[in-house]
Design a protein around this ligand. Sequence first.
Ligand SMILES: NC(=O)c1ccc[n+]([C@@H]2O[C@H](COP(=O)([O-])OP(=O)(O)OC[C@H]3O[C@@H](n4cnc5c(N)ncnc54)[C@H](OP(=O)(O)O)[C@@H]3O)[C@@H](O)[C@H]2O)c1
Length: 255
Amino acid sequence: MSAAPEKQIILITGATNGIGLDSAIYLAAASPNNHVVIGARSLSKGEKVLKEVQAKNLSGTVSLVQLDANDDSSITAAAKKLKEDFGRLDVLINNAGVCPETAEDQWPSRENFRSIFETNVFGPTILTETLIPLLKASKSPKIINVSSSLGSIAAISDHSGSFSAVPYPAYRMSKAALNMLTAYQYYHLEQFGVKVWSYCPGYVVTDLGRDREQREKMGMESSETSAQGIVEIVEGKRDAEVGTFIARRGEQYQW
Ligand SMILES: NC(=O)c1ccc[n+]([C@@H]2O[C@H](COP(=O)([O-])OP(=O)(O)OC[C@H]3O[C@@H](n4cnc5c(N)ncnc54)[C@H](OP(=O)(O)O)[C@@H]3O)[C@@H](O)[C@H]2O)c1
């Protein structure tokens, strides 16, 4: 009798809502060999979400870790728990993100600017660095940085379309910085077999920007489509595009 295959340990930050939550559900449904760790900044919300996901009786398994991307002690404690529970990490999905700007804002205050970068840039950077030893312990480590087409410098530089006029400057800058993190991580981690991507999940209905109703009215797609794209990366279907900026349905963006 052959031994049961080792489970693939997948950590998703910000998995209590939107794209992160749908990704947790889709990845847990994708294979009995997937174990999804729901990263939750609020433990009480995380416990509620964990119960809801477990109630779906998906083929894979799910657990919870408290993880606030803005808090170094939370990051250190989460890494310690992952080490104790699993001894390695196979997939890190840096999904947690915020966009508190409104379309009317010219520029956010320094404080708001800093809070956007805290979550969207400093958090994934420090979390990944903290988890490197666990990723190196994996046979096939992957990092997915959830970015946005709004972070593409190539796209805003093409003034022929309407894309350049889209506001949210601090959010755009934070995702451009996250894209640099992807390229930087890929250069430095490739030698250890770590695959890294920036992934744009598409413009979908979530609570990002607190404009869910407007997104629904505009007929935006469900965040389940973003989750399906994440499953494809985890399943190795985008391996040939490692180190690049990719999106759902086989798309690839210019940095
Ligand atoms: N929706 C889109 O159209 C779109 C487009 C492009 C890119 N994205 C990116 O997709 C990612 C997910 O966004 P979403 O649309 O799913 O937004 P969402 O519905 O607002 O969910 C964001 C998630 O991030 C968590 N979070 C926020 N700050 C955090 C922190 N400091 N530490 C840990 N978790 C934190 C939230 O936790 P709580 O549940 O506690 O609030 C929530 O679970 C973001 O990186 C976003 O920039 C989204």
